[in-house]
Design a protein around this ligand. Structure first.
Ligand code: SAM
Ligand code: SF4
Ligand code: SF4
Length: 351
């Protein structure tokens, strides 16, 4: 049996497989102004969909308190996400509060870029945001607007990327989810659009998160194929990971025109190095993107629990963690994800 290791002051908490707790993704809202077909399909996230009322969302004070307790367990990196995080009012204040939490070395945000004006990029930077990831699935307007399914054009997102870079949130990472037959032809144009800039495009295999996107293995374009396709147009050389467990595999253009990354969550999963916890907007703690159950931290917080008991709860959830969904999925190689279990949605937990 694998020994269970729990909180150790010197090195932070470890799960059942010895994985430390290093990253925390915090979802600040479950709402979004896009309806990306692979994430919030319109048919299910329509006018009658019930989003969380404001009273259910963790307040900024509650989030910050939890973040400092997580830092005590070894968390060094926080990523704010959603839904669309820029829809949450006053986000700059949260960034300011989190950037003052002792132990947090890296604070970043993933956004669809639709609301990121130059002014907003400046105020986020001034509040303490270090870096930013912008999602953009195509440089072709027709493809992009049909993927976000609200007819949103490419140009404002390109401007958002420039706004972020111009305000020092650099290098900007650009996430492109690649779906077979939908935007695979935009892989090379996307790479070319950002070749020669400081920005880094990360091509992401389409994942079977949640139960609503109708995922099939046939829709996945393997990372290896993406690298070969780009490499035929512009030769690439592998780059050593910056740190152990880096999620994206990095490649540099042989002619020195920058780098790209690929995230092979389906074809080459990285559960062995997964050090991420996820906190939903209503304060549930999830230890895997594919979990069906989260631990209700908000209930503890709102029932007056002390920092010590919150810390003990977090340590015990992480200490029991034995998730490795993607590795198991790959070893079983199903063509469809299991349908019986109800899993959390990407828009709820934020990727
Ligand atoms: N709304 C923000 C955005 O789109 O950047 C933040 C939340 S979104 C859920 C976070 C990331 O998850 C995005 O880059 C999105 O493309 C990615 N994502 C969503 N569903 C996905 C799926 N089924 N497979 C792979 N990536 C997915
Ligand atoms: Fe919204 Fe992001 Fe999901 Fe698209 S991927 S629907 S932008 S939360
Ligand atoms: Fe981490 Fe779960 Fe993804 Fe594996 S499947 S990498 S454990 S989030």
């Amino acid at each position: 049996m694998i020994p269970v290791r729990i909180h150790d002051e010197a090195e932070g908490s470890r799960d059942r497989f010895g994985r430390p707790l290093h990253d925390l993704r915090i979802s600040v809202t479950d709402r979004c102004n896009f309806r990306c077909t692979y994430c919030m399909p319109k048919e299910l996230f329509g006018a009658s969909y019930r989003f969380m009322p404001r009273s259910e969302l963790l307040s900024f004070e509650e989030i910050t308190r939890l973040a400092s307790i997580f830092a005590g367990h070894g968390v060094r990196k926080i990523r704010l996400t959603g839904g669309e995080p820029l829809l949450r009012q006053g986000l700059d204040d949260l960034v300011r509060m989190l950037s003052a939490v002792p132990g947090i070395e890296d604070l970043t945000l993933t956004t669809n870029g639709s609301l990121l004006t130059r002014r907003h990029a400046r105020s986020l930077r001034a509040a303490g945001l270090r870096r930013l990831t912008v999602s953009l699935d195509a440089v072709d307007d027709a493809v992009f607007s049909s993927m976000n399914d609200v007819g949103f054009p490419v140009e404002p997102v390109l401007e958002a990327i420039e706004n972020a870079g111009g305000e020092g949130l650099s290098p900007v990472k650009i996430n492109m989810v690649v779906k077979r037959g939908v935007n695979e032809h935009d892989v090379v144009p996307m790479a070319e659009r950002f070749r020669g800039t400081a920005h880094i495009v990360r091509f992401i295999e389409y994942m079977d998160v949640g139960n609503t996107n109708g995922w099939r293995l046939d829709d996945v374009v393997p990372a290896r194929e993406i690298v070969e396709t780009i490499g035929r147009a512009h030769p690439l050389r592998p780059v050593e990971p910056e740190y152990p467990g880096e999620v994206a595999r990095r490649w540099r253009y042989a002619d020195g025109a920058g780098e790209i990354g690929v995230i092979s969550s389906v074809t080459a999963p990285f559960c062995g190095a997964c050090t991420r916890a996820r906190l939903s907007a209503e304060g549930r703690l999830y230890t895997c993107l594919f979990a069906s159950e989260g631990f209700d931290l908000r209930r503890l917080v709102r029932s007056g629990a002390s920092d010590e008991s919150l810390s003990a709860a977090i340590g015990s959830v992480w200490g029991r963690r034995d998730d490795r969904y993607s590795e198991l999925r790959t070893s079983n190689t199903p063509s469809e994800p299991p349908t019986s279990e109800r899993r959390i949605e990407m828009s709820y937990i934020g990727g």
